[in-house]
Design a protein around this ligand. Structure first.
Ligand code: GDG
Length: 500
């Protein structure tokens, strides 16, 4: 059935589990991510479609259903599952996307490796996504493509179906031209993005970087959108931008640039945080801590998330402040999503080595300074830790947005707790009352955590109330509204790409 809205996202919108010998579809175990929000858009159309890949070692298997129909609380939609072999996934996702694109997007030139990239494979997989989207889309439908691993989809789709409206959203940072242009496929990628009606980013800096990359490669006309509104401007921080471009004109077509910082589902987290079971768990964690302060750090294992720099800072903290020994505990949650990649295995080893070293050097019979968690914690348990922590220490070296810090704030129904946040997380332009730190500077890292640990209650509460107002105002629904109209920071109706 033709769909008015087609979402193209590499992950399927549910998880497949085996029950009693049969494969059943289950809601994603992380109910707070963007998947439910994306699905909620299907409520606005008669029929929607979702295109994702599915690992299928034998695509000719007669039991394999390439398209399945779903009717649930979100609406009526089909899911096209592109059967990719393990080899295709490895080349398209782990090699091209993670070894070549990811380091450049996060400005880690030294981690960039394109020797193993099979570019024809990347084109092929993107072509398959575009074909599946073209097949599902009704005349004039909106196709909404997500993230860098699908960069070539808009260009292919525009050729297949000139009638469609195409939007693209980047969940990662978008780097400056000096960095992005390291990619040898830069012209092909950018030309594909210029086939969109709208290209979206979390914050003004990434949109500006994109505009400068485009200008370095093509003859385009750029329209200024004007000054960045106060809620997206944090004076003096690394990612702050004063003005932002609104649109590009290329070969007679207009491409809108949207800025829409993704938020979290505040009502959902609020509900989880206030449950009786959560409160009981928080009391247990606090009782276990006694008079010690809990510093919480959560993130996927990735060199971009700054785990190594953080553990080094914690080691220095204990070395230089003997009064803190026995008085603080760092809970470092570092879960690896790509265990089969050497670069992630190495970083995990390094984190384990450093945590072990700190525990060996400072630990006593009744105090272990670092609790390192490498397996995913159930979300309710995570919320209990968010609530029990004295400080959330979130210091990525580069991060498109960072949802963990927003989840921490949304969990603090007690208006307490301190957020120490890297100025290189997109969230830093919005979360003005966090203690902002520079993870590339030892001094900045060390003083920020000391400041957080000694902050008086009045100040903590004042900052947290303000952070909570921001996170509530710009929650996941607000993001939905912003991207919904392909528009972002103002009520200005220029270049609006309306969703049906
Ligand atoms: C990309 C961009 C951007 C983590 N450990 C556990 C757990 N998590 C959950 C968190 C959070 C999510 O994982 C991580 O989200 P982030 O936003 O921090 O980071 P990425 O995965 O890198 O996401 C990022 C995002 O896209 C959205 O556009 O913000 O910048 O890189 O939701 O809660 N969840 C559970 N247990 C864990 O141990 N249940």
């Amino acid at each position: 059935m033709p769909s008015d809205l087609v979402i193209v996202y590499h992950r399927q919108p549910y998880e497949e589990k085996e029950e009693g010998g049969k494969v059943v579809l289950k809601e994603n175990t992380s109910p707070n991510g963007i998947v439910p929000t994306l699905k909620s858009f299907f409520g606005a159309v008669d029929h929607g479609a979702w295109v994702a890949w599915k690992l299928a070692d034998d695509p000719s298997n007669p039991d394999f259903e390439p398209v399945i129909e779903i009717s649930d609380d979100y609406g009526n939609y089909s899911v096209s599952r592109l059967p990719l072999s393990a080899e295709q996934v490895r080349e398209f996702y782990h090699v091209t996307s993670k070894e070549a694109f990811w380091p450049i997007l996060h400005s880690f030139k030294e981690k960039y490796n394109y020797d193993r990239v099979e570019w024809p494979n990347f084109r092929e997989v993107n072509w398959a996504f575009a074909e599946a989207a073209a097949q599902e889309a009704a005349h004039g439908a909106l196709v909404w493509v997500h993230d860098y691993n699908l960069w070539l989809v808009p260009g292919y789709l525009r050729k297949m179906r000139p009638d469609l409206r195409i939007s693209f959203f980047h969940h990662t940072p978008f780097p400056a031209a000096d960095m992005f242009n390291v990619l040898p496929w830069r012209r092909e990628i950018v030309e594909s993005l210029l086939a969109c009606d709208d290209v979206g980013f979390h914050i003004p800096r990434y949109a500006e970087n994109f505009a400068s990359v485009v200008q370095s490669l093509f003859d385009v006309k750029v329209t200024d959108r004007g000054p960045v509104p106060d809620h997206l401007f944090s004076e003096g921080t690394a990612l702050a931008e004063r003005r932002v471009s609104g649109a590009l004109e290329y070969k007679g077509r207009q491409v809108t640039l949207s800025v829409a910082p993704v938020g979290v589902d505040v009502d959902f987290i609020d509900y989880r945080a206030q449950r009786i079971e959560t409160s009981a768990r928080v009391a247990d964690i606090r009782a276990d801590l006694g008079d010690r302060k809990l510093i919480l750090s959560v993130g996927r294992t990735d060199y971009t998330k700054g785990g190594v720099q953080q553990l080094a800072s914690f080691g220095r903290l204990l070395e230089q402040n003997s009064d803190l020994r026995g008085k603080v505990r760092l809970m470092h949650v570092s879960v690896s999503a790509n265990k089969n990649m050497t670069v992630y295995a190495e970083i995990q080893d390094e984190i384990e080595r450093m945590a072990g070293q700190i525990n060996g050097r400072f630990g006593t019979l009744d105090w272990q300074p670092v609790a390192l968690i490498t397996r995913p914690i159930p979300f309710d348990e995570l919320v209990a830790y968010y609530r029990a922590a004295h400080v959330a220490w979130i210091t990525p070296l580069a991060d498109g947005m960072n949802l963990v810090c927003k989840e921490f704030i949304a969990s603090r129904t007690d208006d307490d707790g301190v957020l120490v946040l890297s100025e290189f997380a997109g969230a830093a332009v919005e979360l003005h009352e966090a203690v902002i730190t520079n993870p590339f500077s030892n001094r900045s890292m060390d003083t920020a955590i000391l400041h957080a640990l000694s902050m008086p209650k009045d100040e903590r509460q004042g900052r947290m109330r303000s952070l909570r107002d921001t996170v509530r105002q710009y929650d996941i629904r607000a993001w939905g509204d912003m991207v919904r109209v392909g528009q972002d920071m103002s009520a200005d109706s220029r270049n609006v790409t309306e969703l049906p």
